[in-house]
Structures are given as C-alpha cells and as structure tokens.
Design a protein around this ligand. Structure first.
Ligand SMILES: [Zn+2]
Ligand SMILES: [Zn+2]
Length: 364
C-alpha cells in the first residue's frame, strides 16, 4: 500500500493536506479547503465551463489587499490576499513566489463561477446611456439591467403573443370586441359557475386599450424572461396563471357590487405577482426610474416600493378604471411565493445565488 503523504494546511495549520486524483490540487481533510499549484486553478475553472477553452483568473483578480497570515505550503512565505474580482469582494490567497492559490471551502464555488460572475457583474454595472435615457424619456418605461437568461423564454413569448392576438381580434368589429369582453373578461354577472371559473383564466388575456396592453406586455417582456429562466417553463406558467386567479378574487372581494357588476380584464394582476418574485430573487437587478429628465438605476425593492405607493394612493382615492386591489393582491401573493420559494430557486440557480451574496458590489 502506498503511504499517503500529508502536508501542512495553510489555513488550519494541521498536517492534513493531501493530493487529490489531480496531483496539482490538494485537499485539506480537516477544513476542506483546496490548494492549487500554479496553473491548476485555471484548468479547473475552464473545465467547469464548456464555453471556455482557457481562463486566466489572475488577469481578472481585483486589487491585492494585504499580506495574509497564511503561509505558502511550498515556499514558506506569507501569501497575499486578493479580491476575487473587481466587483466581488471575496478574498483569496495567492503566493507571490510560486503563484499557488489557496481557497477556503466557502470560496470554492465563487471562484469556480468567477468567469460567469465577472460577465454578469459587467452587465449589471453598466451605466445608463443616452439611448436608455431617450428610450425612457419617450416611452415612460423603465430599462432593465439583469443577467442574460439561458433558456429561451417560450412561455413569456407565448403569453405576449396570445394577449396581442386577442387584442387585434377585438379591433376588427365592435361586435367581436363586445363578444370578447362579455365572454372572456371576468364578469361578476356571469350566471354559469363553470363559465365564471373559465373567465378567471381568460380575463388575464384581454386588454381594454392599446396602452393597457403595451404597458403590461413590456413589463412581462423584461422581467418574465429572467423568472422563466429561474423557475423553468412549467412552474413559471403555473405561477403566472394562479396569481391571475388570486388577483381577480382579491378584486372581487373588495369590489362593491352595489355600483354595478364588476368587469375585469388584463394581465396586471398576474404581472404584479411577478414583481414580487423579482424583488425577492434578483436583488442584483436594476430598473431605471425617471424624475422629469433625471434617469437613475434603482434596485427592485425601491422600484416596486414606489410602484406600490402609487397603487395604494390610487386605491384609497378610489380612482376608477384601474383594478388597484388586483394589482396589490397579486403583488402580495408574489412576495409570499417569492419568500417561500427563495431557497429552492437559489439552490437551482448558483449564479443568481452568488449575485445575491453581499460580496457582489453593484453600481447604481
Ligand atoms: Zn485545513
Ligand atoms: Zn509559493
């Protein structure tokens, strides 16, 4: 039997360091940190990502911070703390002489994902440009900064297509429009219970006007793709439709039918639920907000706080024509689901989990 040679671990200072199946990577049996000989870390990182042939982590390291109290296992000199990336404050230890790297257990995942983290942080920290300014100035719609989704957002696209098709169909003749509103909209006068239940789903696809449609579809477009990517197609669709049903029930509960029957249309309730999920899972994202001519990137919680205040104001001043309770009911449901599902979503999406760490430095 070959004798295993243990060496001194730079972190826990016990003789627990032993070579792995790869002789240039050593593993500490005590603290489960990893030692990488010069170049071994680059291979390991490149190996993790199919799209990368070779990676040089040293090129992307943030500033050298100070010398560490850890010693290189090979050269017996103090190692140096480096910030992992310019915008990610995790500190790793590198040897100034042999270029060996020591990673504590909790840093391994962050370092292995560092090419993706770097790309994501570059995208997220982009400044607003004259194009984003002009877009928001002309449309009053926010510009979104978030990571690029990997999955094609088929559900989001189909929802947008279906809503748009139904709207276009209604433009042909006043009679078709009337038919769509009476049969597909949610109508508190509907006699058949089965039809009413069906309307709880179909009302989400009917819109009252072009601006109503465009506003809703724009928000669905910018935030739906990231949520669909994080959840998977099926779960995203199920949550979207379920939220629409619950938002309608919230509106019905608070609606005074003495004023006449309730007719409810629009995807706003379902989309408001997406806002809640977005706020809880994508702290790293930004949405721009414009005050007259000054455009500013806001974190989702600030953006949706302002949005909720506008809705609360509308509800209490009882401004007609907008389903304020459906918006706020959908949003509250989204916050609840977002809270309950947060751990599951972060476990399924390591990059999103890493961007949710306080180590990610976001410029707004
Ligand atoms: Zn150790
Ligand atoms: Zn060294």
């Amino acid at each position: 039997m070959p004798r295993i040679r243990y060496q001194r671990c730079p972190a826990c200072k016990t003789d627990s360091l032993v070579a792995t199946s790869n002789p240039s990577i050593m593993d500490c049996r005590q603290c489960h940190g990893l030692w990488f000989e010069d170049g071994a870390l680059n291979h390991a990182i490149a190996h993790q990502h199919d799209c990368i042939d070779d990676y040089d982590h040293e090129l992307h390291l943030g500033p050298a911070l100070r010398s560490s109290d850890r010693q290189c296992r090979r050269c017996q000199v103090p190692m140096v703390h480096y910030q992992l990336l310019e915008h990610y404050t995790t500190e790793i230890d590198c040897c100034p002489e042999c270029d060996g790297v020591w990673l504590d257990k909790h840093e391994i995942d962050q370092v292995m994902h560092s090419p993706k983290l770097k790309q994501a942080l570059t995208d997220l920290n982009k400044k607003v440009t004259w194009k984003s300014w002009l877009f928001q100035f002309l449309t009053s719609m926010p510009v979104e900064y978030n990571v690029q989704p990997h999955r094609t957002p088929w559900v989001t696209r189909s929802l947008i297509a279906l809503c748009s098709l139904i709207f276009v169909a209604g433009m042909f003749t006043p009679a078709t429009n009337e038919w769509i509103f009476v049969n597909l909209g949610l109508n508190s006068d509907t006699q058949s219970p089965a039809h009413f239940v069906l309307q709880l789903l179909t009302y989400q696809f009917v819109h009252g006007g072009l601006m109503h449609l465009v506003g809703n579809m724009y928000f669905l477009w910018i935030i739906g793709d990231n949520l669909e990517d994080a959840l998977g197609h099926g779960a995203f669709l199920a949550i979207y439709l379920f939220a629409g049903v619950m938002a309608a029930l919230a509106e019905l509960m608070l609606f005074d039918t003495a004023q006449g029957p309730l007719l409810l249309v629009g995807a706003s309730g379902s989309i408001a639920a997406l806002f809640g999920l977005y706020l809880l899972w994508f702290r790293h994202a930004s949405l721009t907000f414009m005050i007259i001519v000054y455009q500013k990137k806001l974190a989702p919680h600030w953006y949706f706080l302002i949005w909720s205040l506008i809705n609360l104001f509308g509800m209490f001043t009882a401004q007609g024509g907008v389903a304020w309770a459906a918006h706020l009911g959908g949003f509250a449901l989204g916050l609840l689901l977002g809270y309950l599902m947060r751990d599951y979503v972060l476990r399924k999406n390591p990059l999103i989990a890493l961007l949710n760490q306080p180590e990610a430095v976001l410029r707004r």
